[in-house]
Design a protein around this ligand. Structure first.
Ligand code: ZN
Length: 144
């Protein structure tokens, strides 16, 4: 059964990230500095190179792959919650090449920003905490 919670948006930030920085690291640093522990992130832009993950459901582990070329960020979408008491940014990325072919996956460290316009919205409410989920092997939100 689906288990979703009402969240109230508190504040939204809109801005750009630093050229040449790590995409996931920049977002995580921003959230830590602003003490954002519950929220959503979205963005567009371009990367110099990317490292994405695909969760192998049978092996219960991430497989990472590199795209060592400039690509457009057609969609960066994610959320912010708590894991081991620390804010964790979980984001997925869809990227496109010069021919419009798309690639996508779980955003991993090693994705280098060319230019990124980011929107972050913080929410009020009880924090969502991640904990090991036996059926999936993933750190999912513990609700209920
Ligand atoms: Zn993911």
């Amino acid at each position: 059964m689906a288990d979703l919670r009402p969240m109230e948006p508190v504040q939204t930030w809109l801005g750009r990230l630093a050229h040449g920085a790590d995409l996931l690291g920049e977002i995580a640093d921003f959230c830590r500095e602003r003490h954002i522990v519950l929220g959503r992130v979205e963005g567009i832009g371009a990367v110099q190179r990317a490292r994405l993950g695909y969760y192998d459901q049978a092996a219960r582990e991430y497989r990472f792959f590199d795209l060592d070329r400039p690509l457009e960020i057609t969609c960066l979408l994610g959320n912010i919650s708590l894991r081991d008491g620390e804010p964790m940014v979980h984001a997925h990325l869809t990227l496109a090449d010069a021919d419009g072919r798309a690639y996508g996956g779980h955003l991993a460290p090693g994705t280098v920003i060319f230019a990124t316009e980011l929107l972050v919205t913080s929410f009020s409410g009880p924090g969502l905490h991640r904990a090991f989920d036996e059926p999936t092997g993933l750190p999912l939100w513990r609700l209920g």
